[in-house]
Design a protein around this ligand. Structure first.
Ligand code: NDP
Ligand code: 8X3
Length: 255
């Protein structure tokens, strides 16, 4: 039986690279994203290699998610992989200056979207059973605080704890759960975070030798292809040039 993987946020960055990696290996794909033109183009390209089903979907839209997943075509009823990748950060301002709308968007996408996708697809992963995997995309921001990580970091801490809890609930089903926690990676993530500001994007990556989406795709592919008796619980990866800022001290006498 051909393996199938469902990837959210396949229209750029990690999701797109991961779709290409699995297509090269002959897996069937269900790919999602909001940008229809990009999704259509990717599906058309990869359909030369494998069977691809594209879903133009906003992961925040619970009703649309329910409808789309309930009506997946025959042949996609058993999933070997779910890659919960769709997500975003908005801004790097201190909490006291942040937009509440931005915070809500991050919670709705990174927490609720991941929650909807997981719950709706669990029956198909359990139907596959032994060897199936849920791969959640967390972040180092869920493990270490830094100025401006506030709600984004909080959403990724949720991803880590939810992943561990899911493992307990899935005991006996054979379904595995992994959380990857990347540090600085070069993708549109930083354009989105900085409101499309190309100069800020360039400054983020200058001299940093960031991880590339293909590196993440390779990591995800490796995790999903571990022997069925092994669960990679979490995997944290950073560029060599990124490390830990250390504990800071305010000596301004202002607070
Ligand atoms: P990109 O911005 O390149 O990709 C994000 C993807 O998520 C896009 O395909 C986008 O598609 C999709 N997406 C965003 N919002 C929604 C939504 N509401 N509904 C459906 N799809 C959505 O960033 P990355 O590839 O870098 O990010 C992927 C994941 O990796 C995110 O969860 C991010 O938090 C995480 N991450 C990124 C790091 C980095 O440094 N780049 C490091 C650690 C983790 P569309 O806009 O078409 O909907
Ligand atoms: C994104 C990685 O280091 O920008 O999740 O927080 S970082």
């Amino acid at each position: 039986m051909t393996s199938t993987v469902f990837i959210t946020g396949a229209t750029s960055g990690f999701g797109e690279a991961t779709a290409r990696r699995f297509a090269d290996a002959g897996w069937k794909l269900v790919l999602t994203g909001r940008r229809k033109e990009r999704l259509d183009a990717l599906c058309a390209e990869l359909s030369a290699k494998t069977e691809v089903h594209g879903l133009v979907l906003d992961v925040r839209d619970r009703k649309a998610m329910e409808q789309a997943i309930a009506t997946l075509p025959a042949g996609f009823d058993k999933l070997r992989g779910l890659v919960n990748n769709a997500g975003l950060a908005l801004g790097v301002d201190a909490a006291q200056n942040c937009s509440l709308d931005d915070w809500e968007t991050m919670v709705d996408t990174n927490i609720k979207g991941l929650m909807f996708t997981t719950r709706l697809l669990l029956p198909r992963l359990i139907a596959h059973g032994r060897g199936a995997s849920i791969l959640n995309v967390g972040s180092v921001a869920g493990n270490y605080p830094y100025p401006g990580s506030n709600v984004y970091g909080g959403t990724k801490a949720f991803v880590g704890q939810f992943s561990l809890s899911l493992r307990c609930d899935l005991r006996g089903t054979g379904v595995r759960v992994s959380n990857i926690e990347p540090g600085l990676c070069e993708s549109e993530f930083s354009l989105v975070r900085h409101g499309g500001d190309q100069a800020k994007y360039d400054a983020t990556y200058a001299g940093a030798e960031p991880i590339q989406p293909q590196d993440i795709a390779e990591t995800i592919f490796w995790i999903l292809n571990q022997p069925a008796h092994i669960n990679i619980n979490s995997l944290e990866l950073m560029p060599v040039r990124q490390d830990f800022a250390g504990l800071s001290i305010d000596r301004s006498n202002n607070g």
